[in-house]
Design a protein around this ligand. Structure first.
Ligand code: ADP
Ligand code: MG
Length: 327
């Protein structure tokens, strides 16, 4: 950047950082900062470090804290980082709040159905696996260590890790004084302040078609997160049947219903991410539970070759007030 003596350096209007993390991509947009090149380089590095840190702790694809816990075939408590504990704690809270629909102990089933780090397992062993699965078999003790109630218990944090990464990046940006930004990891988003056009950030919810990139609905998002879970992209074909990567822990089977995607808006992106996955599991029950808890949920449901949309009351209210106040 050229800075002439006595002149103020030009203010970059929009800075975009992108890259790969957690088996997907990320994009971070920061607007109207007066930060110089050096400060922006540091910010870029800080973002990469935060995301790498979350991935390094929670991946199931290489040695990590989660894989160490999964290989820890003992009922003795295992101490973990504050980050891993925080994600497990949130996951257990959401498991209770969603009648067990979100359950990070489904890891052995995720692997058996071929969506994990290992080659697909023997599906005839599913019945046996079901005995060790259940969030009640996992606790956090008084010192914050993780405790298994069954030595074979394993966890998979994929349903919340991306959202958690988004939250951590957003917090880091806030600490550095940035006020207008959008953080996105693998489709989970958190936005604060305004976009480069001076308006509230507008986030598109994808239409769950095979064709990518068609927008079903645009949501103005201010100081909130939005996460979507769907079964239209990540699935395996087995004997001509579609196997979803989302498992219903209560039946030990991949979900099979008409909901193509579930979107949740919440201040915390980790919560939005976890709840979106839970809504996919709950199927027809999802809206009932959303109403009971005041969650902002939007479902896109397959209907006669097309799609219909359903919104919880809180979602509809958020959307209406965002549309009314967004400038
Ligand atoms: P995506 O990765 O497509 O954004 P999600 O956030 O919905 O999807 O997370 C789905 C992932 O979570 C699956 O690939 C699997 O690893 C894990 N998983 C599947 N079913 C469940 C479940 N019922 N509870 C918690 N995690 C699950
Ligand atoms: Mg999720």
């Amino acid at each position: 950047m050229l800075a002439l003596a006595g002149c103020e350096a030009p203010r970059p209007r929009l800075v975009v950082f992108d890259g790969e993390t957690m088996g997907t991509t990320y994009t971070i947009k920061i607007v109207g900062t007066g930060a110089d090149d050096g400060a922006l380089r540091q910010t870029r590095q800080a973002i990469a470090t935060v995301l790498q840190g979350v991935d390094d702790l929670m991946t199931t694809y290489r040695p990590s804290e989660v894989t160490a816990f999964n290989e820890h075939r003992s009922l003795d408590p295992m101490a973990v980082s504050e980050s891993t504990r925080a994600v497990v704690e949130l996951a257990l809270d959401l498991a209770r709040a969603t009648r067990g629909a979100l359950d990070i102990t489904v890891a052995p089933l995720v692997d058996a159905y071929g969506f994990g780090a290992t080659t697909p397992g023997d599906l005839s062993a599913i019945e046996a696996l079901a005995a060790i699965i259940g969030f009640q078999n996992l606790t956090i003790n008084a010192s914050g260590a993780l405790v298994k109630r069954h030595p074979g218990l394993r966890i998979d944090l994929s349903a919340l890790a991306k959202g958690y990464g988004v939250d951590r990046v957003a917090e880091a940006l806030e600490r550095q004084g940035y006020q207008d930004f959008m953080v996105e990891v693998g489709g989970e988003v958190r936005a604060r302040g305004h976009s480069e056009s001076g308006q509230t950030w507008r986030i598109g919810i994808e239409r769950p078609d095979a064709a990518r990139g068609t927008v079903q609905r645009i949501v103005p998002l201010s100081d909130l997160s939005l996460a979507t879970s769907g079964d239209y992209r990540n699935f395996r074909l087995v004997d001509g049947r579609r196997l979803s990567h989302i498992i219903d822990p209560r039946t030990a089977r991949p979900i099979e219903h008409r909901i193509a995607s579930a979107t949740v808006i919440h201040p915390s992106c980790a919560t939005a991410d976890g709840l979106a996955t839970a809504m996919m599991v709950l199927g027809e029950e999802a809206l009932e539970l959303a109403e009971l808890n005041g969650w902002a949920v939007m479902l896109i449901i397959r209907d006669n070759g097309g799609f219909v949309e359903r919104q919880s009351t809180t979602f509809a209210q958020l959307l209406a007030s965002a549309l009314a106040t967004s400038s």
